[in-house]
Design a protein around this ligand. Structure first.
Ligand code: SAM
Length: 300
């Protein structure tokens, strides 16, 4: 048996070394499935320009699917020229057809570039008024399903929530400024019906440069956490160790957070189809649906 285990470990190491294609994994919303889907989409033309959107949409939509939702929303805060929104739309279409769940796509932007930085918290050393504007007509002509919400997020987010959108599954925050990010985070003050119990988030401006805990997105995040006891934003620590090996050195894994809504009626529902239900004395782990007959199968 020791020989068998040794052989298994060697094969595993060789696989990592050769960085082979992740083999097909049936949908279950575990990391192997997420990694397999991520890898597939990275091979789709165009998608690999925004790998963070691939991971966010796949993981967000998968949770929606597990929770038996037929429709979810994904959001990009900060659209600028629109390449990110077009990719969000493209990736959403791909995931929608693979997971059989409808995905509504929204982009929020002033349309005229950054508002004026108010004080040091908006980091005027990096950002200035009017920076990164949009060519609205040009972008609109390329939007198939994405809907553009133009204006300051301070006003467009409450208006959006009034429209009773499908539960939010993934949000990318790329508004650059502290004040804008603080206003956009109002989306997580919505009623539970408008949110999945955990929403995967991508924060574009939290590492490198002059970002700090006291300015920009990080300050908006910590203030949100101080204001709420049952709604919290937390980094997904060590995500890079759970993704296919060939992508694990990329910077963007450190920019993912979850918005947790601890008092959401669905927060404690199981979030994957198969769980590790049994581990034998040789260290083999068996994954099965929790409502299956795994006790009889594995213990007899
Ligand atoms: C860095 S750009 C977004 C880039 C885009 N995510 C991409 O990947 O191509 C930031 C954008 O946020 C928008 N923005 C910043 N503060 C805003 C606010 N309070 N309301 C609406 N839009 C805002 C600006 O207009 C700017 O175009």
């Amino acid at each position: 048996m020791n020989i068998k285990r040794g052989l298994k470990a060697t094969i595993l190491r060789m696989r990592r070394f050769l960085d082979e294609e992740p083999s097909e994994v049936p949908f279950d919303n575990t990391y192997p499935w997420l990694g397999y889907m991520f890898h597939r989409l990275m091979g789709e033309p165009g998608c690999s320009y925004k790998p963070m959107y691939i991971w966010g949409i796949v993981q967000g939509a998968a949770l929606g699917k597990i929770l038996a939702m037929d429709r979810v929303s994904v959001i990009e805060f900060g659209v600028a020229g629109g390449m990110g929104l077009l990719l969000l739309q493209h990736i959403a279409e791909f995931v929608e057809s693979n997971l059989d769940i409808a995905i509504d796509v929204y982009g929020f932007d002033t349309g005229t570039g950054l508002p004026k930085p108010q004080d040091y918290r908006d980091q005027p050393n990096m950002w200035f008024e009017g920076q990164l504007p949009m060519k609205q007509e040009q972008l609109q002509s390329h939007l198939r399903r994405a809907s553009l919400k133009l204006g300051l997020v301070k006003y467009t987010v409450p208006a959006f929530l009034e429209e009773t959108p499908a539960p939010v599954a993934f949000v990318s925050f790329d508004l650059d400024l502290y004040n804008s990010t603080r206003d956009a985070l109002a989306v997580f003050e919505a009623q539970h019906e408008r949110l999945l119990p955990r929403v995967i988030c991508y924060f574009d401006d939290v590492i490198g440069h002059t970002y700090s805990d006291y300015t920009g997105e990080r300050l908006a995040i910590s203030e949100f956490n101080c204001r709420h006891t049952m709604r919290k934003l937390s980094p997904i620590y060590g995500l890079r160790y759970f993704v296919p090996n060939r992508y694990s050195r990329e910077f963007y894994w450190d920019l993912f957070y979850f918005a947790h809504f601890f008092d959401h009626p669905l927060y404690n529902e199981s979030d994957s189809i198969r769980k590790a239900v049994f581990a034998d004395y040789q260290g083999n782990t068996y994954r099965r649906p929790i409502n299956s007959d795994w006790r009889r199968e594995l213990l007899n």
